[in-house]
Design a protein around this ligand. Structure first.
Ligand code: HEC
Length: 122
């Protein structure tokens, strides 16, 4: 029990020093993954999926038919579009306060992850 606590403490100390340390400690890819998951607001994963592939956020039925609210696939979106989308107000998607550099890091992460997943499939 105590061992586990100490381990947890070490991990949390470690991870904070990681974030503040040189860029070398945490790769650009990992930093992008972190920002995508914890963007100072609701996680992008909640609505766009682990890899930006998109997902169904909610389903409901109105008098006519079944309706879906979808977080779109954002894997192929240009950086310009992503910057624009994150700085805009939307009906469903919240507004974020990320710098262009942070948005680029998220964008790079999604591009790289997409590439890696495709490479694995071949
Ligand atoms: C609560 C759900 C939700 C969250 C959280 C969310 N989004 Fe979205 N996003 C949407 C929806 C829905 C749209 C479609 C536009 C709209 O209706 O808001 C969208 C649109 C976008 C678009 C534009 C897509 C296009 O085709 O033009 C981008 C890029 C995007 N989101 C990226 C992100 C990133 C990056 C994050 C995290 C920082 C994020 N979103 C968080 C729901 C979400």
């Amino acid at each position: 029990m105590l061992k586990r606590l100490i381990l947890l403490l070490m991990i949390s100390l470690f991870s904070t020093s990681f974030v503040n340390a040189d860029d070398d400690f945490i790769s650009h890819y990992e930093y992008g993954q972190m920002l995508y998951s914890y963007p100072r607001g609701v996680s992008c994963v909640e609505c766009h999926g682990e890899s930006g592939e998109g997902k169904v956020i909610a389903e409901f039925r109105d008098i006519h038919s079944k309706q879906q609210i979808i977080g779109p696939d954002i894997r192929q979106i240009t950086l310009e579009k992503m910057i624009q989308a994150l700085n805009d107000y939307h009906d469903i998607m919240p507004r974020y306060y990320l710098t262009d550099e942070e948005i680029k890091t998220i964008h790079d992460f999604l591009q790289e992850k997409y590439k890696r997943m495709n490479a694995k499939r071949k």
